[in-house]
Design a binder for this molecule. Sequence first.
Ligand code: GDG
Length: 465
Amino acid sequence: MSRLIVVSNRVSVAKGRGAAGAQGGLAVAMSAALHKRGGIWFGWSGNEVEHFTGQLTMERADGFTTATVDLEPQDVDEYYNGYANRTLWPLFHYRIDLAEYENEFGRGYERVNEHFANSLHPLIEEEDVVWVQDYHFLPLGERLRAQGVRNRIGLFLHIPWPPTRLLVSLPHHERLVAAMLHYDVIGFQSVEWLESFLHYCRKEHGAEVDEDSGTVRIGNRSTIARAFPIGIDHDEFMALGETEIAKRSQQRLGGSARKRTIAIGVDRLDYSKGLPERIDALERLFSGHDDMVNQLLFVQIAPPSREDVRSYQQIRATLEQKTGQFNGAHSDVDLVPIRYVNRGFCRAELFGFYRAAKIGLVTPLRDGMNLVAKEYVAAQDPEDPGVLVLSRFAGAAEQLTDALLVNPHDGGEVARAIWTAMHMPLAERKARWEKLYAVVRDADVIGWADDFLAALMQDPALPEA
Ligand code: GDG
């Protein structure tokens, strides 16, 4: 088996089962893939140094090695907080109103990609396959090729790919996408994002696209583009459900609800997750029904994220104001309808909270996949499962078609879905859940990594005579 080299912005090793902290979906997926195959996980240490040296810190983790480099504060500002999180993230989540196009951001992004290629190159051995993660490194493959790396190199994009009409608002978009075509395989979360990418390549680059194989050809270079929907680490997650922590958390939340139905949301505090719109939908539900305060408790867990970026400070302020106003208007002296918790919990606790909740509210405005939807399904009691209300704009909606699919911008529709979920008969809940659970169980993160790596390791198509 070839050695695997994973590249991602942050190297965040899980500290064992049920570890504390707000781990992103990517961290969970990568630990699992590397644990199985061994190799190197390369990325930014999260530390800053006055002058970039490219010096690597190597550490032994659970079955693999981590290799990290420190960045300069200016790199972090321009590449990470700047181009990645203030330019690409909003644009790729269809928010061109929030996307900032600053020349320094673009230059910082190119510089850090060059730094990463320089530090990574000496680690790559002949048979290694290199798997690059996400929007932080769209040009990294090209940089490695320019240094003579001939190994198989793949990219997986965890976030959506925007429609061509939006992407062309990005200065130098042609150059960015042309650089991506140096990857051998590019993976997307859903068919919708894949189709947007293929459309862009055809329209803006005049690429030849073979839809069946996903081959994108420009001149004599070709790349395979395909959808590889990511899943959760099913077995690891189910094992969390057996822990005392999970059981106690379920009882703790369930016991505190005073017989109300619990709905839960678990999201990084991000404007793409549709949190204010979720409160607006609840507002419709509560204003439309007199006694809602005795019937429904909504628990929103929202660990802070990217706090150095202004749009994230704003979404936090908006949400605090909205939940405060909502609770002021709809509480009773002894009942508060929204519990807004601005911190992270360990994964075993999350399992317990998901299981205590009879409704999972996952209503992002745009999301590459959304693993919370899958975790919510996995955590349900098969004899008395809850109902998933899922945004049709999450990548997960392509697979989880037995959820109550909603348009998160339509508060009335979301409110009706919550009402339907509250009153759904057990037989229907079970029938829907069984189909959802089969998807979550059978398309897990181990299979996802296997599928991507199998595509990456396949012999490249022979050049045409
Ligand atoms: C990106 C894409 C794609 C949340 N709160 C806590 C906590 N979490 C965990 C969840 C879940 C993960 O974080 C979030 O994953 P998502 O998929 O929902 O969203 P992003 O962080 O935006 O991830 C996304 C994903 O990459 C993978 O490809 O699905 O579309 O945007 O696992 O449980 N974990 C802990 N405490 C918390 O309070 N421990």
